[in-house]
Design a protein around this ligand. Sequence first.
Ligand SMILES: Cc1ncc(COP(=O)(O)O)c(C=O)c1O
Length: 419
Amino acid sequence: MQNLYSELSPPVRRLMGPGPVEVDPRVLNAMSMPMLGQFDPHFTEYMNEVMSLYRGIFRTNNQWTMLVDGTARAGIEAVMVSLLSPGDKVLVPVFGRFGHLLCEIATRCKAEVIPIETTWGEVFDPQQIEDAIKKYQPKVLGCVQGDTSTTMAQPLAEIGKICRANGVMICVDATASITGMPLDTDDWQLDAVTAGLQKCLSGPPGIAPITINDQVAEVIRKRKHIELGIRPDGYEASDGEMISSNYFDLSMIMDYWSEARLNHHTEATSMLYAARECARIVLQEGWQNRFERHSITSEALVDGLRAMDLDVFGDVSNKMPNVTGVYIPKTVTGDKVRMEMLNDFGIEIGTSFGPLHGKIWRIGTMGFGCRKDNVLACLSALEMTLRRNGHSATAGSGVDAALAVYNRTPGQDAARARA
Ligand SMILES: Cc1ncc(COP(=O)(O)O)c(C=O)c1O
């Protein structure tokens, strides 16, 4: 243990795992702004601005677009515990670890959970989901957009419409995909979407942006029970089943984010500042620039890995543009290579979970970290490290292949477009 009283001085890393990723310096700066009281008009104005900015991020007109304090799963849990009553049927298409997480959270809400599974590395055909909806007739469909554990992205545009046509509410976990690839809450008819800051939004983990539409809000409002100590005059409890979590009770959180400003928790001030800056950065860059930057970087990385005789994992046509899975060559020990990348080059890449543990590495190129210099540094460090571990590729082959992609598309390699 170092001297307990020494100042923090974490090593500088290129965080190229599945998240958390490098925080944009603008966000770090925003987090150092002075604390304000929860009901200071400047602070409540920031809350309103956050609602408005995240309507832009989620591409929605939903009034109830706000933050839940806690990491990304706090957003998922808040929606589920507030929406699901015991016995409600929830269908979950599982194509990786985070589908299992949705099942687990819904089970804790005492819902009747029906998972349908596909092989890790693949996604569902919309027809499979429609068939399952017809068969099981759930109240809610819980679906991950981009499952970082497998690097696969489930196409959702049709699935939202299938749900709407069948009277099913769809809740989407977009934690890992939001702003790295398209997500159109209103156009795709998604009823609830939850996220986190620590992936493409380039913030620290610790607060979860969410949006819910009026239909979801109405179900939640019917379950509203306000804490005894803060009940306003004339309050009458609703007769709906009480939401079984206080912290994640969206009916009370909505009151806090509405003009009623009924005190619930103490808002995580610095995280709200962070979330506000994350959204501003994305919206200033613009969707087209942003999606092109992520997809070109993904292409450069994939070509670079393949040029080094490595195999990219899964159905590449459905790969998330911000995370790439690559098979660990049989001749090397995955964790040893990762540790050498970290210790010798300061570059973090990830491993995976469950059936993929020890089989693939995952390389993240997200938000602020989605940069040409990161891709080139990662490929050259990987080449060197693999060579010392017995897997040789032609010297410089990975970097050359990646550069060829960037040279075809000049101008798309900027860290981000600064407005
Ligand atoms: C798709 C997805 N959902 C949910 C989570 C859980 O997020 P957190 O660890 O912030 O609670 C993650 C984290 O990696 C994720 O990738």
